[in-house]
Write a protein of this length. Structure first.
Length: 427
């Protein structure tokens, strides 16, 4: 065969092979893009049809639409497949990623952990948190690795970007630390305020006592020689010092109720009630007052504070009674759910012990139910009813100390019910 014929045949064969190679490239591109799910190949003068299973095709589309990175790695760590999300996450083109090593994208500090996860994945599955590093940018991620043996000699990886989650966690930790710092500062200020109130009240007592003593001496020594207006002025001084003394005592009680160093103890509330009634015996003498009480429980409380609590509530019932009728004070106990107390109540206790103290006194308008528990708030003129406006504020503080709360319900001319709520498990 002459050389020219050989050259012609070789050129023809080369052209044929180039056409087949071009077709192959086009087919591969079509498969990658999902444009075909079957193709035919001529082998030995006949055609064979190869199909891409519809499930695989759907799966491939799903992986491409993932909002997470998806990679296939060779057993040595070379990236043989990546979806678009991983390219977007790293900011590196698809062409650069394919054929590169996964280890190029692992932060040095995470290499040891990734090596362990990669080794475990060869045996089956593994997962954990690591950091990727692209240039100067560090990306926290959660990776799940799975061996694709025996169908494929590769490791599949799903990569979840944790950047936003970590930022939220950091923000939460930051706010938590700030809150703890603010709570600590508030606690210190409360302690300082309580100490100031206690010391100031004690320091006020001595000059106040001297004013009372010297005023009384003047009145007692020269009762007939003093003009009426002078004696009247001294009596006003004594009345003012008495009010100041009551206010100091109330401030001391409020300061002590604020302290958190009190000791809890099993306390029979029936005994506390009897002590309080005994303390009011002088106020009750000559008055028609009747107590009706359920048998009260024994609770783990601060004894002195509960004595103060009952004293303040019962003292108000006695103070604001209607003089023309018998004062009846009823004390009842029941168990209620948090929802029964208030649908808006935010509580980590399901049940509460309710102790209600009801009287048939003068009552007050329900619109003032919150005001009565505030410091120095009075609903009646001092000229008619004495008081400092601190009593129920102390009760509110005492209930706070016991993880409970207090409510008031009243009707003018009918009477008032003060209800205290304690966690049921306080027993």
């Amino acid at each position: 065969m002459i050389q020219s014929e050989i050259d012609t045949k070789l050129k023809s064969r080369i052209a044929e092979l180039e056409d087949q190679l071009e077709e192959a490239h086009q087919l591969i591109d079509a498969i990658k893009s999902g444009e075909v799910d079957a193709f035919a190949v001529n082998l030995n003068d006949h055609s064979e049809v190869f199909t891409l299973q519809s499930g695989d095709y759907a799966y491939r589309l799903l992986i491409e639409e993932f909002n997470e990175g998806a990679l296939n790695l060779s057993e040595s760590g070379m990236i043989v497949y990546t979806n678009a999300y991983f390219s977007k996450l790293t900011g590196i083109s698809y062409e650069e990623i394919i054929g590169s090593s996964i280890f190029n994208y692992i932060q040095i500090q995470s290499r040891e952990k990734f090596d362990t996860l990669f080794y475990e994945a060869h045996q089956g599955k593994s997962k954990g948190e690591i950091n990727l590093q692209i240039g100067e940018r560090v990306i926290p991620v959660y990776i799940s690795l799975t061996s694709l043996q025996p169908k494929l000699s590769t490791i599949g990886i799903i990569i979840t970007d944790l950047t936003e989650k970590k930022q939220n966690e950091d923000t939460l930790v930051k706010y938590q630390k700030q809150l703890e710092q603010k709570n600590h500062e508030l606690e210190q200020r409360n302690i300082e305020l309580a100490s100031f109130t206690y010391v100031a009240s004690h320091d006020l007592k001595e000059p106040l006592r001297k004013i009372q003593i010297f005023s009384s001496r003047i009145l007692d020594k020269e009762p007939d020689q003093l003009p009426y207006d002078v004696k009247d002025n001294f009596n006003r001084i004594l009345a003012a010092t008495k009010r100041m003394q009551n206010l100091i005592v109330s401030l001391l009680n409020y300061s002590q109720a604020t302290e958190t160093k009190n000791v809890y103890a099993k306390t029979d509330l029936n005994q506390v009630l009897e002590e309080v009634k005994s303390g009011f015996s002088e106020n009750i003498q000559g008055s028609s007052i009747r107590f009706e009480s359920d048998v009260l429980p024994t609770l783990n409380v601060i004894p002195d504070q509960f004595n103060q609590l009952f004293s303040n509530i019962i003292g108000n019932s006695i103070k604001y009674r209607k003089p023309e009728i018998e004062l009846v004070i009823k004390i009842n106990i029941t168990i209620v759910s948090a929802h029964e107390i208030s649908a808006d109540l935010i509580s980590h206790h399901e049940k509460y012990l309710e102790i209600s103290i009801t009287d048939n006194g003068i009552g007050f308008d329900q619109q003032f139910t919150d005001k009565v528990f505030e410091l120095f708030q009075r609903l009646h003129p001092r000229s008619i009813y004495e008081g400092t406006g601190i009593g129920l504020a102390i009760c509110k503080k005492i209930m706070y100390n016991h993880d409970g709360f207090i409510k008031a319900k009243s009707t003018p001319g009918i009477g008032t019910t003060i209800s205290i709520y304690l966690p049921f498990d306080i027993t």
